[in-house]
Write a protein that binds this ligand. Structure first.
Ligand SMILES: Nc1ncnc2c1ncn2[C@@H]1O[C@H](COP(=O)(O)OP(=O)(O)O)[C@@H](O)[C@H]1O
Ligand SMILES: N[C@@H](CC(=O)OP(=O)(O)O)C(=O)O
Length: 461
């Protein structure tokens, strides 16, 4: 990269979980002068059983909302920052400023529980950005903490699930004129009225992408704890193939369906400005990682990855002569809309229709109301809701034009003893979805992975 070129880097929770990790991060920043905007998450897990600071903060906020004692939970968060700051040799007062900050957040008025929860959750990223900036200055890298409010990151929407307003990109673009390294807390911004609003969980990825797009960065580097994006979840499939290059659409589809290495909503800002995204490993920085771009040569590899996700329900309705009833689908989806439920798929037959919904949108009360309205208003013959479904999703840009892929996947599923509950190859140009019972999810994923990525068939991406 030339002198004027600029990268936005995001360091995930695992990359900033301890002093040792933050030293690696500082090494990566100081070794490359183009890494000028740095987005940090809150300290994450140091080992699998370790709590993330964000989860500690949620517990703290819940205790405060329930009127319970908050001292022990507050100390847990402060101690986590204290141990990092001490190990980095920062000035002794750092933990005290974190404590003050948390106490002041706890002491605010709470007209809205969701907004209060956001204010507390954001303390992880906010304090960590101050900590990383302080450490960079200590080792001689001129760095500055940047508040999302001062920078103008406008995030609107429901608490805990905000969306950035594209109109704020122009103001954010000024960040690139600062000669210092900017350390920006991920995960949250402010509404036009100045109220703090976080993105969904894992949302620091979104902050990084927004800043990369707003500043027209040459590259958005997203540093995590694996060498890049694997063709299947490495926690389920043994040593899956590493994807070298993929498209934004492929990654969004995979992220949405279970590849939690990147937040699915973080692709759009980078895509709009064609900023390439590079997923890299803080613990193995010499590995090139995965590059996410607008286009790739799809001929070599029609299926690029296979995602799996649990937590789906099927609403099944059956009515004789449904095919003749104009507006039936609209009315059924209208019932879901009234319950504020979004849906994933709608496979249909002549006299029946299924709607696949994520369980997180359902409660026993909502289920009862939906079924009652199906009988009373839509006059269906049968209606039922079944939970415990998982979706296995094959993704690849050229899949739809490659013959026999669905048949191969179906054969692999049959071979593993998995019953296919639903297939959707309809509207998405880049994916085929197989609904299976949750208990079959892992073996189904392994079987389909082996079908498309057996060692002899692994292509060079
Ligand atoms: N297909 C995949 N490729 C790579 N990592 C994956 C995949 N699916 C799930 N993961 C998991 O995502 C993790 C990284 O995401 P996350 O824990 O959110 O990291 P960070 O703390 O950097 O934000 C990996 O450790 C890995 O277990
Ligand atoms: N700390 C937030 C935001 C985030 O992006 O974290 P991470 O980089 O650890 O996924 C969370 O836990 O949701």
């Amino acid at each position: 990269m030339g002198l004027d070129e600029m990268k936005v880097c995001k360091f995930g929770g695992t990359s900033v979980a301890s002093a040792q990790q933050i030293m690696k991060v500082a090494g990566l920043i100081s070794s490359d002068p183009s890494r000028r905007i740095v987005v940090v998450s809150a300290p994450g897990k140091r080992h699998p059983e370790d709590p993330k600071v964000t989860d500690l903060l949620i517990r703290l906020a819940d205790a405060a909302l329930d009127g319970k004692d908050t001292d022990r939970l507050l100390s847990e968060v402060v101690d986590r920052f204290r141990s990092i700051a001490d190990d980095l040799g920062l000035a002794p007062g750092f933990a005290g400023t974190v404590e003050q900050d948390l106490r002041s957040r706890l002491g605010t008025d709470r007209p809205d529980a969701g907004r209060f929860l956001d204010l507390m959750k954001a303390a992880g990223e906010d304090n960590n950005a101050r900590l990383v900036a302080a450490y960079l200055n200590q080792i001689g890298v001129e760095a500055v903490y940047m508040s999302p409010k001062e920078a103008g990151l406008i995030v609107e929407g429901p608490a805990g699930d905000g969306m950035a307003d594209v109109a704020c990109y122009e103001q954010l673009s000024r960040l690139k004129d600062d000669p210092r390294v900017i350390v920006f807390p991920g995960f949250f911004g402010f509404t036009k009225d100045g109220v703090l609003c976080t993105f969904g969980r894992g949302g620091s990825d979104i902050t990084g992408s927004i800043l990369a797009a707003a500043t027209d960065a040459d590259l958005y580097e997203n540093f995590t704890d694996v060498d890049g994006v694997f063709a299947a979840n490495p926690n389920v499939v043994d040593r899956p193939a590493l994807i070298g290059k993929m498209t934004y659409r492929e990654m969004r589809e995979l992220a949405y369906n279970g590849f939690n290495v990147l937040h699915d909503e973080s692709l759009m800002p980078a895509f709009l400005k064609s900023v390439p995204v590079n997923i890299r490993n803080t613990n193995n920085p010499s590995a090139p990682g995965t590059l996410i771009v607008r286009e790739r040569n799809c001929k070599t590899q029609p299926v690029i990855g296979i995602a799996a996700d649990s937590g789906f329900s099927t609403l099944f309705v059956d009515k004789y002569l449904m095919n003749r009833e104009i507006g039936f689908g609209r009315k059924l989806l209208g019932i879901l809309e009234d319950e504020n439920i979004s849906f994933e798929h709608t496979p249909s037959g002549i006299d029946n229709l299924s709607v696949i919904i994520r369980n997180k949108f359902l409660t026993p009360e909502k289920e009862e109301r939906i079924l009652r309205r199906c009988y009373e208003e839509l006059k269906v013959d049968h209606a039922h809701l079944n939970s415990d479904y998982s979706m296995i999703v094959l993704v690849g840009e050229a899949m739809r034009h490659t013959k026999g892929l669905a048949a191969r996947a179906a054969m692999a599923l049959a071979g593993s003893g998995t019953n296919i509950e639903m297939i959707n190859q309809g509207s998405s140009e880049v994916s085929i979805v197989f609904g299976v019972h949750k208990s079959d999810e892992k073996k189904a994923l392994r079987a389909v992975y082996e079908e498309f990525f057996v060692p002899s068939a692994v292509p060079s991406f």
